[in-house]
Design a protein around this ligand. Sequence first.
Ligand code: SF4
Length: 378
Amino acid sequence: MSAIEVLERWEERGYLDDRISRREFLKFCGRMAVLLGLSNSMIPQIAEAVEQTVQQRRPSVIWLEFQDCAGNTESFTRANSPSVSQAVLESISLDYHETLMAAAGHQAEEARQRALEENSGKLIVVVEGSIPTKDDGVYCTVGGKTALQILQEVEPHALAFVAVGTCAAFGGIPMARPNPTGAVGLESVIRTKPIINAPGCPANPDVMMGILVHYLVFGRLPELDAKKRPLFAFGKRIHDTCERRPHFDAGQFALSFDDFGARNGFCLYKLGCKGPETYNICASWRWNMGASWPVKAGHPCIGCSEPAFWDRFTPFYERIPLAAGFGVEARADDIGKVAVGVTAAGIAAHAIYTAAVRKAEQKAVELDKKGKEESNES
Ligand code: SF4
């Protein structure tokens, strides 16, 4: 089935008119192709997979929240294409989510139980928040059961687990010293099923959507790194795609938050930036439709998506030791001259992504136009 036929079906069902514009859906498919590193020729398959999910497959998903702030839920519901994301979220069978579901109390717990029984072996389990293990896990209970008990109950029924956010992936803030609840990440508890980690505080909503779309298109999880993170989003350090990197290489650093360097977009390494040790998509993909991210806004990266965040990266405003690649200090006289060049170079990483996204979106719209013309001719 082509992307056009998918759109026509959605239109017939009133889905596009009421909830999502045709253009928005096409752009979503184009963006997902770029995010997942797929060629534009895959756009129709993405459209088809999303449509099939809406139509028939409806993989059952339960979303468990333990020691968390619900920040990842907040992030996901504010994805770059909120209406498309919401449609995908609704089109999967989200059978249990404490924050989003209307049911409460016994009714909610029954819904979880039903999902386990009806979808045993096919269930995708999203976990948000760390799991307390001290004193038999008594520090986090839901419906009278500890997080540990709930996970033990769910594990035999799961196809795979997605740990969303740093707390679920690596223990996060609850695991910081002195870790009074014995908090751990999902990997320390789940032993028999595949886990995919989508860390971040919160996780980028497009990364979460990318994992889901990859699963819908290919029927399997994306390729992972040694820390079980999807390579499409965590394959590079923030430092490698940061727009301030040319300043780092030129030895131009902001030394305080209101100095000449800070005002001119210089590197934040000396203000404690943890970008050289942090793997994530923030610098290239950014947040809020690619509008910005912390380093662009003038704040150093705090390494929130890495294992052992928070302890490993505090104090946040002290520089981390760098073994190699340290920039050569520029002479004060040269800074102004160099700055013009580095600013131009500095936008390159995000610009490459932006150009790819635009191209994919354009391709998707062209496919749609061509399909319409063909159907008019016939
Ligand atoms: S601001 Fe941070 S991530 Fe960006 S170049 Fe400097 S040290 Fe690297």
